[in-house]
Design a protein. Structure first.
Length: 242
């Protein structure tokens, strides 16, 4: 089993939320110098999107600094790489990156209603890592993730929910570590969501694939993460397209 290497939180800075300006009706993006200042969508410039709103189905990535692409160029973060794969195959989807550095499940719960003002086709939920690294009560983590999925179901009843599993080091004790790992599968089963067993498979704990903080993937690491996600996501998109 591979683990993240430190108890440091998944993001040392908090920066702007990444959303499609025209698609989601947001204002201007935060201009801070980190990777959360990504383009308004993973695949299209803001001006193009504003001038001609896309009829493509939306895949919304909702997560923390891993999704936001902390420390790498926006185009190198795994959601953007997924967008590139989608474009290369001519699939009728666009990727929207709603990653926010430093986000916990409580923070995700508080903003999900605002983010879900427009319907989505696929909702990829990547939250919980910061909770685990901070040793937050897992009952709260579970409740918050459930609340997020409940909101998605209410706002977009036909959306497919994809839940990204995470693992943490054993610093908090074996019981906490095991319960944290298992709660993702439990929630996926309960909600009939599609599970990515471990988002950082092959990347977590591998120094050369992570930035100096030992937590955030390098561009090479993001490529592996994208392949992991794509292995789960592609059959979902193919099925929806039928």
């Amino acid at each position: 089993m591979k683990f993240l290497r430190t108890r440091q939180t998944l993001a040392s800075v908090t920066s702007g939320l990444i959303l499609g300006v025209a698609v989601w009706g947001c204002g201007s993006s935060d201009k801070k110098d980190d990777a959360t200042t990504a383009p308004t969508t993973a695949n299209a410039p803001a001006a193009t999107t504003a001038a001609a709103p896309s009829a493509k189905r939306v895949i919304l990535f909702y997560g923390n600094s891993l999704t936001a692409g902390y420390g790498v160029e926006p185009s190198q973060a795994f959601p953007a790489l997924i967008g590139q794969k989608i474009d290369s195959l001519g699939l009728n989807y666009q990727v929207v990156n709603a990653g926010l550095s430093g986000e916990t499940t409580a923070g995700g719960k508080s903003r999900i209603g605002w983010v879900m003002r427009q319907p989505v086709s696929v909702f990829v939920l990547e939250l919980g890592g910061n909770d685990g690294l901070r040793g937050l009560p897992l009952s709260s983590t579970r409740q918050n993730l459930q609340a997020i999925m409940d909101t998605v179901r209410r706002k977009s009843p036909d959306a497919t929910i994809v839940l990204a599993g995470m693992q943490i080091p054993p610093n908090m004790g074996a019981d906490y570590t095991r319960e944290f790992r298992d709660l993702f599968k439990e929630l996926a089963d309960k909600n009939k969501a599609v599970l990515i067993p471990f988002l950082l498979e092959g990347v977590g704990g591998v120094p050369k694939l992570n930035q100096p903080d030992g937590i955030h993937p390098t561009p090479a690491g993001h490529k592996i993460v994208a392949n992991t996600v794509w292995g789960i996501l592609e059959p979902v998109l193919r099925k929806e397209a039928q």
